[in-house]
Design a protein around this ligand. Structure first.
Ligand SMILES: [Zn+2]
Ligand SMILES: [Zn+2]
Length: 179
């Protein structure tokens, strides 16, 4: 059995509860070995489950907590499933985005430029609003005709763009770049 990342995310709360059948469980373990993203999601979900299931989070008298737990198991489990399903999707998105950013910036302790050949943007006014594409390496003035990926643009300050490792566009930022 081969499972996709989406199937893994759908089943991950059942997996953590030990409620998937052995064949699927084996397939998911196989997937976790090969897929870093799903492993990260699994770790994240474990934390969520631990937080959520941690009785210290619930300030109730001893003795009541046992009944509370029973009620949770009887009544709130379906809601918890929904919550976890939602949390998985959110965690997956955040982790995938976060791990990429982390990999980019952790190597040297300061942000690496996304493009090794780009010039540093030292002359660019730090408060100037610039446009970056989420998958790109370059920041532009908002009207630059050389913005390639117009689908996912963000407008941030030049300082933020440089902190995130974007390099200035050599065309529209030309006047700010020392050669
Ligand atoms: Zn995966
Ligand atoms: Zn440009």
């Amino acid at each position: 059995m081969v499972v996709s990342c989406e199937e893994v995310w759908r089943e991950i709360s059942n997996y953590l509860d030990g409620e998937v059948d052995p064949a699927r469980r084996a397939a998911m373990e196989e997937h976790f070995r090969a897929c870093k993203h799903c492993t990260a999601v699994l770790d994240g979900m474990r934390n969520v489950v631990q937080l959520y299931g941690d009785e210290r989070m619930v300030e109730v008298p001893l003795g009541f907590s046992h009944r509370l737990q029973q009620r949770l198991e009887e009544n709130i489990v379906p809601a918890r499933r929904t919550f976890l399903g939602w949390a998985v999707a959110a965690a997956a998105t955040a982790l995938v985005a976060g791990s990429v950013e982390f990999a980019r910036s952790s190597a040297s302790g300061r942000p690496e430029r996304r493009s090794a050949h780009a010039k540093p943007g030292n002359g660019v006014p730090p408060e100037m609003m610039v446009v970056v594409a989420t998958d790109g390496k370059i920041f532009h003035v908002p009207r630059c005709p050389f913005i390639h990926d117009k689908a996912r643009l963000r407008t941030i300050t030049a300082r933020e763009a440089m902190q995130e490792g974007y390099a200035p566009c050599v065309r529209c930022m030309k006047k700010y770049l020392s050669t």
